[in-house]
Design a protein around this ligand. Structure first.
Ligand code: NZQ
Ligand code: ZN
Length: 387
């Protein structure tokens, strides 16, 4: 196992009604807040009114940045920074899914930086300080509520890049599973695929002796496999939504990955797809992951795939390791299909025309410490197999 420092500084308020703590949390950060949200789902659900009511009752001043898009754009970050500066706000309150949270993290970092915030995305070492961030999560997927990563898109350069800094961890996150009742079925399924991908990105890793982390990963994967179909059938099922929500946070906060290489593979491949075609992140991952697995199944990896099949999918223990490995990959694919996810690139509007260009872009990532290092040719084959 690799050395690591365990430090997850986000304080989580989990469960129905935890929003009652919001005023006291904001007060620890200041008096004036930037409320950031997306395309309006929080207005439909009534959460917006609840928040505004709490702010008013407690004399907390607020300004708003709305309309943050999925795959959040750098322009929204620039707008948020401007509002914070103009009104001298003390902290940011992000209400929504990963896109709103990521945009808010970039605003928190950008406010304290003199240059353009895209420079921070390109070089995280330039992040020196951050405004405090409070999040209220409305969708279980990215785990942004409990990590320090922000993924931002720049349509001008067709780049989508993640950057991170210690100061970008949310100070507080309110996780109320009832806020996720209204998440549409496709987003619930895509979010589940994203959670599972975050787990698998570190489960399939060159470091093989991290038993605690791998055991946690298996438990989290099984939770997704049990809970997502229930949430899809009964969107208001509290237990299913609660389990998905907590699985999402634990999938990426380091608990199951510290001590491993954490050199992800499917995410860099997907980020190029959503940079070029603005597709839903979790859908892209669901399409790519089983194809990536098939591509890297070989003598060096078969034992891990067989363990995945046995421990996560409970395949027949009598199967030899190759048959088990293949069965595990097939079961994952079928699970994504069963959730109603599109499983080919063509279904999400991607054809062969730009595959080579995208493979070259994806190959700029460093895969040397990944489960299986990938070349540009490998990536192109995975993209082609996903068509
Ligand atoms: O914008 P609104 O109106 O809120 O609607 C959103 C959006 O249309 C909707 N939604 C969210 N909560 C809802 C709801 N609709 C009804 N009821 C609710 N309670 O769902 C849609 C998708 O929202 P979005 O925030 O885009 O989804 P997600 O949470 O999947 O975030 C995706 C972004 O996060 C990045 C992805 O690349 C993508 O840009 N990631 C961030 C990571 C991180 N910070 O650690 C890691 C991930 O791997 C990922 O890359
Ligand atoms: Zn992801």
């Amino acid at each position: 196992m690799n050395n690591f420092i365990y430090d997850i500084p986000t304080k989580v308020y989990f469960g129905e009604g935890q929003i009652a703590h919001l005023p006291e949390l904001i007060r620890t950060c200041g008096k004036r807040v930037l409320l950031v949200y997306g395309g309006g789902s929080i207005k439909k659900s009534g959460l917006y009114d609840t928040i505004i009511g709490l702010l008013k009752e407690n004399g907390i001043e607020s300004q708003e940045l709305s309309g943050v898009q999925s795959n959040p754009k750098i322009e929204s970050v620039r707008q948020g920074i401007q509002i914070v500066r103009e009104h001298q706000l003390d902290c940011v309150l992000a209400v929504g899914g990963g896109s709103t949270l990521d945009c808010s993290k970039a605003i928190c970092a950008g406010v304290k930086y003199d240059g353009d915030p895209w420079e921070l995305v390109l070089d995280r070492t330039k992040v020196k300080a951050c405004l405090p961030l409070i999040t209220i999560l409305t969708m279980a997927a990215t785990g942004s509520e409990m990590d320090n990563i922000a993924v931002i898109s720049n349509p001008e350069t067709q780049d989508k890049k993640g950057f991170s800094s210690y100061g970008m961890f949310p100070k507080f996150s309110i996780l109320d599973p009832t806020y996720t009742y209204s998440v549409p079925a496709l987003q619930t399924a895509a979010g589940t695929a994203d959670i599972m991908s975050h787990i698998m990105e570190s489960y399939f890793d060159q470091v093989r002796d991290a038993s605690v982390q791998d055991g946690i990963s298996e438990a989290l994967l099984k939770t997704c496999i049990e809970s997502a179909p229930v949430a899809l059938k009964k969107p208001n099922d509290y237990q299913a939504r609660a389990n998905l929500m907590w699985a999402a946070s634990l999938a990426i906060n380091g608990l199951n990955s510290l001590g491993k290489n954490r050199a992800w593979t499917c995410h860099p491949l997907e980020h190029v797809l959503s940079a070029y075609y603005d597709i839903t992140h979790g859908v892209g991952l669901a399409i790519l992951t089983p194809r990536w697995m098939k591509h890297v199944l070989n003598e060096q990896t078969v034992d891990v795939f067989a363990r995945f099949a046995l421990h996560v999918w409970n395949v027949d223990p009598q199967l030899d390791c190759w048959a088990a490995a293949e069965e595990g990959i097939a079961r994952l694919y079928e699970f994504f299909v069963s959730m109603g996810l599109p499983m080919t690139l063509r279904e999400v509007g991607i054809d062969e025309s730009r595959l080579e260009e995208m493979a070259e872009k994806a190959a700029e990532s460093d895969f040397s410490r990944s489960f299986q290092p990938l070349t540009c040719e490998d990536i192109l084959e995975i993209y082609r197999a996903s068509l």
